[in-house]
Design a protein. Structure first.
Length: 384
């Protein structure tokens, strides 16, 4: 009887409870205003232009915070598990994967008609404790292949799109092609990237395979090098028809100078390779802004609007996924990203009480002003 109510059933519940004179059964739910509850969500603004909007979510919060759950359902067409699908979570016991946590999110999504991005098969962080040793064993490639094969197969027909490899670039490591010196590079060599996509392609030939990375949005030599490295990865994968899209994380920083021309050029270069582009982990770091909330929220919104207008102007860009939806749950409060003054970050479109912020308006307005996409399915398949 007290199973997690859907947005609709909860409203009906409230009505019923009110009629019975016990409306304060759900005192914490009076956060969003009526306008917010009954107006269109960001997904609707996006969809009108053939674009998508969604958010990274955490299963625990979906289960325990109804106001959050309702916000996600109202605003998002897509969701992405923040960490639950990472190898370190599903693969704690070697040879006995446990998908209970990501399954909860995927089941939730499908029950409510949302789509899910698979994030992520191969990442250098959040990996099982046993993996380092295992990858050095003679049968090491099996561990790698089996993980990807099993993960993609487990979600066959439920997840259409995968971040197969995440964050493979890091020039600091001094490796050829700017590749990060991850455990995968060390044990399998640079071919681990193509290998991952080959396994994923075979496991689900209909799935959209994406390469996801950060640090390619800004001017300057460091990011320019990362852009070249990313283009090289995409080009190599395209040669074997192993990739369909790229995810640009776009953890932007409101204190950093944005150069529209540089970003536009990069988007065009990616589009010319025949891949679709997703702004895959959008949020606005506000650590360089003053503490006053009103001023900060305005500055974050203005910055985001300028950035998103450029991003959405490129036809190959399919839409925006933000890395969280409410300031109550943002990774930007984790170290080393948190503000030095201890004030909570205001990086996301909803505040801690699930009320819309100026950043919500910036996103809605960017979608409203984006050029119409000429395809009804926002996923662009590669030209064979
Ligand atoms: C982050 C989560 O948001 C954090 O809670 C966790 O501590 C670390 O991982 N790029 C990615 C995401 O691709 O998987 C990361 O998620 C954020 C950066």
């Amino acid at each position: 009887m007290f199973a997690a109510p859907t947005a609709l059933s909860r409203r009906m519940w409230l009505k019923g409870a009110g009629a019975l004179g016990c409306a304060d059964l759900f005192p914490k739910l009076a956060s969003a205003t009526e306008t917010e509850i009954f107006s269109e969500g960001l997904k609707d603004h996006a969809a009108r232009k053939g674009l998508i909007y969604g958010s990274a979510v955490e299963g625990l919060h979906l289960r325990t915070n109804l106001a959050y759950q309702e916000t996600v359902l109202r605003e998002c067409g897509w969701i992405v598990p923040t960490y639950e699908m990472k190898w370190g979570v599903t693969g704690q016991v070697r040879g006995n994967s446990n998908y209970a946590r990501p399954d909860f999110i995927v089941d939730f999504a499908l029950r409510h008609g949302l789509k899910v991005r698979g994030h992520t098969a191969i990442w250098y962080l959040n990996i099982p404790k046993w993996l380092g040793e295992a990858l050095h064993e003679p049968e090491k490639p099996d561990v790698f292949d089996t993980h990807i094969q099993e993960l993609v197969t487990h979600y066959h027909n439920r997840i259409r799109e995968w971040d197969v490899v995440n964050e493979a670039i890091d020039f600091k490591d001094g490796q050829p092609h700017g590749l990060r010196n991850s455990i995968f590079l060390q044990t399998l060599g640079p071919d681990y990237i193509a290998r991952a996509y080959r396994v994923a392609r075979e496991a689900d030939p209909a799935a959209i395979l994406v390469y996801n990375d950060f640090g390619v949005e800004y001017p300057g030599a460091r990011q320019e090098a990362r852009r070249r490295a990313m283009l090289e990865i995409v080009q190599n994968l395209r040669r074997e028809n192993l990739i369909d899209g790229v995810g640009l994380q776009c953890h932007v920083n409101a204190g950093q100078r944005f150069d529209a021309a540089v970003f536009r050029k990069f988007l065009k270069e990616l589009a010319d390779l025949g891949v679709s582009i997703l702004i895959s982990e959008f949020d606005v770091n506000d650590t360089q802004l003053g503490p006053d909330i009103e001023t900060r929220d305005q500055a974050v919104a203005t910055y985001a609007k300028d950035f998103l207008d450029v991003a959405l102007d490129e036809q190959a860009v399919r839409g925006v996924i933000s890395w969280g939806i409410s300031d109550k749950y943002t990774w930007l409060n984790e170290q080393p990203f948190a503000r030095k003054d201890g004030a909570p970050s205001r990086a996301l479109p909803f505040d801690e009480a699930m009320r819309r912020k100026p950043l919500w308006n910036a996103l809605a307005s960017a979608f409203d002003h984006a050029p119409q996409r000429d395809h009804s399915d926002p996923i662009i398949r590669p030209v064979k």
